[in-house]
Design a protein around this ligand. Structure first.
Ligand code: HEM
Length: 499
């Protein structure tokens, strides 16, 4: 009770002190990008009381962009303007052309699980070292063997479920993708019960995260207040996570490496140990690796398979294309000889269903002038990427699932999904992995995983809708840091007979 009262008093003092400063920021010579005339609550701005959740933020932004244009400003955390960019062209000019200026992140709490991640590290030499380290680990990793062992578990478990007719594969996808990334992070051979525990901890911790806080749209005092009721559970879950991850890290330090997870192939933890990082930083970087990689990739996989269940003709075409390219009784892991239509299916699904609808928050190290407006130094800059992939000015029939557009001669052919644009094209066309200096460093490996999983799943099984008609698969979205299917996929699985 005393704690609660102190917070209320502190908050009131904060509001009074900051109101003057806030008005000053709002009335510079160069106007901010346009925004609604909503009343500003000092320190709280005008965003939070209109859109207190990610779901409401998406709806509100859609109306604001229609009314004020593709770049709008709101007021979020205290005196900072929150600029929302929905234009592909403005995204290109800021993230790519002014890459260094927009490569900064708003400051984060320097403690907790996210305290030392690449994402929260300020743009500079430490960020560059950690990012290069992750990039070279992923480029050199033995992805094919790790994929093989994940698929060796996934395919039989789907086969056993297929006997019962209707299958809900989401959980199996999540487990298989998590196990793949865990072997890249902690080494091969992590015991099933440890994987299960770690995955449970990720789910538990993520369920406690204040999502708008993750986008830097909340004043710190309010974020703290939101965490207070759950801080006990949060800190206990973080401690259990730390103990589990430290055990896996110690296993890599054993000379004979016979411990759990200490197989011979080099893993991410080995690279962190070589950098001589303190325990706290290694735990944070392992959390980031698994967190950034697993849920995004397994969610993308579920959206892709949902599309293939709906569009039986595309599934059939894909199966034939894969069979024409290569067929082998053993599960197929990546070897670079893939069907072109497979790549097209994955890209088309990412265009329509990017797992993240917003980039992580960016900021700038100086005032930037954009189309007659100013983005002041230190503003929180957010990019809505989901609508960019469905922009009718860039894509024909943008809401239709047409993988053919990514084949030779199609409008999306040659597009670099990791850069966001086609060769010579000075605009973003879609950016499920972001664009510019902070773009996702795991994009290539995520694409390899998706292609390999889809290839195997379509080769082994026929994915049929449950019931008839358009409503057989519910494609409604569940907004969040990662946008999942609101109703998890259900499908009838038929094991393909080869022979
Ligand atoms: C389908 C899967 C994935 C999607 C859709 C995805 C998407 C994204 C997006 C949108 C960003 C933010 C970019 C920005 O703020 O400008 C990002 C950042 C990041 N991603 Fe991914 N990602 C995926 C998989 C992965 C994987 C597999 C890894 C690592 C193994 C990874 C590691 C990271 C890291 C470390 C960052 C922060 C980069 C920085 O701040 O410099 N992601 N990702």
């Amino acid at each position: 009770m005393v704690l609660l009262l102190s917070i209320v008093v502190l908050a009131a003092v904060f509001l009074l002190v900051s109101s003057k400063h806030h008005r000053k920021c709002d009335s510079g010579a160069n106007p901010l990008p346009p925004g609604p005339p909503w009343q500003h609550l000092p320190r709280l701005g005008n965003l939070l009381y209109r859109c207190p959740t990610i779901a409401s933020l998406a709806d509100v932004l859609q109306h604001l962009h229609a009314a004020y244009g593709p770049v709008v400003s709101l007021w979020a955390a205290g005196n900072k303007p929150a600029i929302f960019i929905a234009s592909r062209d403005a995204a290109y000019r800021t993230l790519v052309r002014a890459g260094a200026t927009f490569a900064h992140r708003p400051p984060s709490w320097p403690f907790g699980l996210n305290g030392h991640g690449i994402n929260s590290t300020p743009y500079g030499s430490r960020w560059s070292l950690l990012r290069r380290n992750l990039g070279s680990h992923l480029a050199a990793a033995d992805v094919a063997s790790a994929l093989q062992s994940s698929l060796d578990k996934l395919v039989p478990s789907l086969e056993s479920e297929a006997d019962d007719g209707v299958v809900a594969p989401s959980e199996m996808f999540r487990a298989a993708v998590f196990s793949f990334f865990a072997s890249l992070c902690f080494g091969e051979g992590v015991a099933e019960d440890v994987l299960w525990k770690l995955r449970g901890l990720h789910t538990e911790i993520l369920s406690l995260v204040v999502e708008l806080g993750a986008f830097h749209l909340m004043p710190p005092f309010l974020e703290v207040a939101c965490y207070l009721p759950k801080c006990w559970r949060f800190s206990k879950a973080q401690k259990r996570h730390r103990v589990t991850v430290m055990a896996l890290i110690s296993a890599r330090q054993q000379p004979n490496r016979e411990e759990v997870g200490a197989g011979r192939r080099r893993c991410y933890v080995d690279t962190l140990l070589e950098l001589g990082l303190p325990d706290e930083e290694m735990v944070s970087l392992c959390w980031e690796f698994m967190n950034a990689a697993a849920k995004t990739t397994s969610t993308a996989l579920e959206w892709i398979m949902a599309r293939l269940v709906i569009h039986q003709d595309k599934q059939q075409k894909l199966w034939k294309d894969i069979a024409g390219t290569r067929f082998n009784e053993n599960y197929m892991a990546d070897d670079g000889r893939r069907s072109p239509f497979l790549e097209a299916v994955v890209l088309e699904a990412l265009r329509l269903h990017p797992p993240a609808h917003y980039l992580l928050a960016h900021t700038t190290d100086k005032d930037v002038y954009l189309d007659g407006y100013v983005i002041p130094k230190g503003s929180v800059v957010n990019y809505g990427l989901a609508d960019m992939g469905r922009d009718a000015a860039s894509w024909t029939s943008p809401d239709e699932f047409l993988p053919e557009r990514f084949l030779e001669g199609g409008e999306g052919y040659g597009l670099s999904v990791t850069a966001g644009c086609s060769n010579g094209n000075k605009t973003i066309r879609m950016m499920p992995f972001g664009s510019g200096r902070r773009a996702c460093p795991g994009a290539d490996v995520a694409l390899t995983v998706l292609k390999s999983f889809v290839e195997n799943l379509v080769t082994r099984f026929e994915w049929k809708p449950v019931g008839d008609g358009d409503g057989a698969v519910d494609m409604e979205e569940k907004p969040g840091l990662v946008t999942e299917m609101k109703t998890p996929l259900r499908t009838c699985l038929l094991v393909r007979q080869h022979g």
